[in-house]
Design a protein. Structure first.
Length: 416
């Protein structure tokens, strides 16, 4: 990595370049990418106005385009006044942002994104979206640094051919290597996809032991529970016949496993409490088990583990960490440090999923969420499993805390 590693011991950390592990994300100190202070100030001012436009225009999940922006300016006086404060800059800015690779920051240098297991199903589903700008934004060029096992390098060549054939304006280069040090050299972000896929009958704890070397360092990592978060929101939306964007304040607590706790205690749907809209029996007997076992159900149905949905969750996890969640809750597994995180009773030195909000490249755990008896029991159960899993790979974690060395050991000897 370009800069030295440092432990993340608090929820709010230095704005960093991040890396997502199929279950985790790594951070490195970040420089500003604006070509000049004037460009940065212009973008910040316009983004603030556009955020106001989205709210005042009641866009919801609808994409804001130049055509829509012009239409809103003609029909909503408040929006017209807001846009007038920046002259025609906002419309011009939007027009440029609709051209990937352009915009006020079009001259920013590319960032380097390392992806491990790049020829695998999840890596394949992820790469094209990173190259198109879905993860880091439509004006941030990227150089992809792809890591694979030697036996998979031929398949990776085909993936690179496809990436080049897409002619992505934001893709400024692609490299492929089976050498960990080369793949991570100068990396700003890293998407670390699990080295060995989960198969039918295998629990997450079994998989963790298989891939323990990858997970042994806590430096600048967060764990991905966004897939579980998305699954919970989707099932709740199906039940209530609403849009997923209508749902707020949903949380996944604990592990990315069958003990995770999908919590709707504080969830709202269009301002109404979810617990008042669904039956408690359905929550306990159907909703929670279905979210917990969704991965196994997909394996049983299609014969292999989630790929597209996992890749999508990884993209969203990183995007929200970098770009922010606008005050909305999402779920991320973060290091508990001394265990006194939000007074939720978590054990020290584990990765545990909490509701978080992200802003300015930092995540912050949502504090002081009331926890009832049922929730406390569920949260403790998944906490205990995480402690058990940590103990199960403890010897591996003690051997070294150098991520490059751990990854090199994981990828040598023909391991999958």
């Amino acid at each position: 990595m370009r800069r030295g590693l440092s432990t993340v011991s608090r929820s709010a950390t230095v704005f960093g370049k991040q890396a997502c592990l199929a279950s985790s994300t790594l951070r490195v100190d970040r420089r500003a990418y604006a070509t000049s202070p004037e460009d940065a100030a212009l973008e910040a001012q316009i983004e603030k106005v556009l955020d106001l436009v989205k709210k005042q225009g009641n866009l919801g999940s609808e994409k804001l385009t130049v055509r829509k922006l012009t239409e809103l300016r003609q029909t909503v006086p408040e929006i017209d006044r807001a846009l007038s404060s920046v002259g025609d800059s906002a419309v011009k800015y939007m027009a440029e942002l609709e051209k990937p690779g352009a915009g006020p920051l079009s001259a920013v240098p590319p960032v380097r994104v390392t992806v491990t297991g790049a020829a695998g199903a999840i890596g394949y589903a992820m790469l094209f979206r990173i190259a198109s700008g879905e993860m880091l934004g439509k004006h941030q060029p990227v150089i992809l640094q792809l890591l694979e096992l030697e036996p998979a390098m031929k398949a990776l060549e085909g993936v690179i051919m496809e990436l080049k054939d897409c002619a992505f304006p934001l893709l400024h280069g692609v490299t492929a290597s089976s050498d960990v040090n080369k793949a991570f050299e100068g990396a700003d972000f890293a998407m670390l996809v699990g080295a060995k896929p989960r198969t039918k009958g295998m629990e997450r704890g079994d998989l963790l032991k298989e891939n323990a070397n990858i997970f042994s360092s806590r430096a600048r990592f967060t764990a991905m529970t966004r897939l579980d978060h998305n699954r919970g929101i989707a099932q709740l939306a199906d039940k209530l016949k609403c849009k997923v964007t209508d749902i707020e304040r949903f949380a996944i607590w604990g592990n990315h496993s069958a003990t995770q706790y999908p919590d709707i205690s504080h969830t709202q749907i269009n301002g109404k409490w979810a617990k008042d809209l669904v039956d408690e029996k359905w929550v306990k007997d159907t909703f929670i088990p279905d979210v917990q076992q969704r991965g196994a159900a997909i394996i049983a149905a299609r014969g292999s583990s989630s790929a597209a949905s996992a890749a999508n969750a990884a993209i969203e996890h990183m995007r929200d960490w970098v770009k922010g969640t606008n005050g909305q809750w999402t779920s991320m597994g973060v290091w508990t440090g001394n265990g006194k995180v939000g007074d939720y009773g978590t054990s020290p030195d584990i990765y545990y999923s909490f509701p978080v909000v992200c802003a300015d490249g930092e995540y912050t755990i949502v504090q002081n969420v009331p926890v009832d008896k049922f929730s406390a029991e569920r949260m403790q159960k998944t906490n205990d499993e995480l402690v058990s899993e940590k103990n199960g790979v403890g010897e591996l974690a003690k051997r070294t805390t150098d991520p490059a060395a751990l990854l090199k050991e994981q990828y040598k000897g023909g391991k999958q």
